[in-house]
Design a protein around this ligand. Sequence first.
Ligand code: FPP
Length: 247
Amino acid sequence: MDFLKQIDLSNVPEHIAVIMDGNGRWAKQQGHERLYGHNFGVESVREVLKGAMELKVKYLTLYAFSTENWNRPKEEVEGLMDLLVRTIGGEIDELNEKGIRLMTIGDMNGLPDSCQVELKRAMELTAHNQDTTLILALNYSARWEIMAATKRLAEEIQNGTLTADQIDDKKFSNSLTTVGIPDPELLIRTSGEHRVSNFLLWQIAYAEFYFTDVLWPDFKKEDLFKAVIDYQSRERRFGMVSEQLTK
Ligand code: FPP
């Protein structure tokens, strides 16, 4: 079935966020170590990025490494960092060919130096691209982000450059690591888990959630299209009643 044909291209989310889950279980099903699943997960990243470009999605955010992920076995953490450095380094030309800008959210200072260097290089070399922005959430947690924003605002109040009543929705949003990026309209989580896991808690206030049992290494372009079809079947009311939307 051609799912792309079923999509109304004039009503595609501007920003899609994805919690990529199930690499470990997928690897286990194949009789391999968890890293085998992460390696195949990179193929799904490529697929979904391709699909997002076909739909002209402007922002795609992928939860690649949470602050909680440091608690995983040392060899898995090292393997993931290594995979990230290799993948990013190897993709810069492709990102430029396709007009994709790379950005990150999260606490980059907590990543290994090699990772920081490679990410910085890739971000600089792709900064001019305008078609789609790929945002990797790395060493990210929404509570960390919200606390960091709160501390920054408190400091501004302390040094007299801000008053408490100047803090509104916009000011707070602009203090988050996602400053300048519109909130995601669609949040996808793979592997049958129905949790948000400390991801973009502020930004998903009005997002539609799409959960699928498909494990991340099996998640392909068509699965992204299915999620968008499902999204388009819903009515987004932002607290209003249906009649107000048609006016
Ligand atoms: C979740 O599966 C997956 C991750 C924590 C890592 C995701 C990383 C990649 C797909 C590679 C990233 C590469 C780039 C370039 C973005 P899990 O390990 O939690 O699976 P499980 O729930 O089955 O154990």
